[in-house]
Design a protein around this ligand. Structure first.
Ligand code: PEP
Length: 247
């Protein structure tokens, strides 16, 4: 019932030449049985969207401001991201929570604006290593989930990504039992808050060092509806096998 989603986050990587990887990805997946989303840096959204206009691949932003327009030098708004050709936006990535002091309350405001604009928000949650070692993972996830996800969330406009901070870019991954515990917990909380219609329709992605060689095991975990992939989404030769493992 939930369509699987393979989402790539290029982060602050990619000059125009990198669009050849996106072109190769579109060629490799002309008719995928899963959704594919690529989130390049904002500078490439217009060209990326034009490149995949005839392909099922969707383009997303990596952040947006909570307001539509105004005096916010250097920021990009949800309407701007949509106007550039994107359909989605990543919000609350741990690198933004950490490097830009983003709170869950701010992320909720951004998600509200994204929803009002018609963008799908991919809202990221995740615990630090210290929080996991202190057995606080589920408390942290519960807090981030309830505050970051706005009341406007539906299965059509919201995706939740569980990304343990200690697994991002490190080559470390939680065990499949640990991933399943958190995903089942998120699902239960969403059903409790939104009812089973919406709660069961919001897709849950796992993110953190997903690679071609561990993707199939991760995708077999209950309530894992796909992945948010960083490093391995930069090259078609790495991202394609992950997409294939999800199909
Ligand atoms: C990410 O940036 O969201 C991510 C999961 O990165 P990586 O796949 O490189 O760990």
């Amino acid at each position: 019932m939930r369509r699987k989603l393979a989402a790539g986050n290029w982060k602050m990587n990619g000059l125009r030449a990198a669009l050849s990887e996106l072109q190769a990805l579109a060629r490799a997946h002309p008719d995928p049985s899963v959704d594919i989303l690529v989130c390049p840096p904002a500078t490439l959204i217009v060209q990326a969207a034009a490149l995949v206009a005839d392909s099922p691949i969707q383009i997303g932003g990596q952040d947006c401001h909570p307001q539509d327009f105004g005096a916010h030098t250097g920021d990009i708004s949800a309407p701007m991201i949509q106007d550039s050709g994107a359909t989605s936006v990543i919000l609350g990535h741990s690198e933004r929570r950490e490097n830009h002091n983003e709170s869950s309350a701010l992320i909720r405001e951004k998600a509200r604006t994204a929803h009002a604009t018609g963008l799908i928000s991919v809202i990221c949650l995740g615990e630090s290593l210290a929080q996991r070692e202190a057995a606080n993972t589920l408390d942290i996830i519960a807090g981030q989930l309830s505050t970051s996800v706005p009341d406007t969330a539906t299965g059509l406009n919201t995706v939740v990504a569980y990304e343990p901070i200690w697994a991002i870019g490190t080559g470390l991954t939680p065990s499949t039992d640990q991933i399943g515990e958190v995903h089942d917990f998120i699902r239960t909380r969403l059903e409790k808050r939104f009812g089973s219609g919406v709660g069961l329709s919001i897709r849950l992605l796992y993110g953190g060092s997903v690679k071609p060689d561990n993707a199939a095991d991760i995708f077999a975990v209950s309530n894992v509806d796909g992945a948010l992939v960083g490093g391995a989404s930069l090259k078609e030769s790495d991202f394609s096998p992950i997409i294939k493992a999800l199909e």
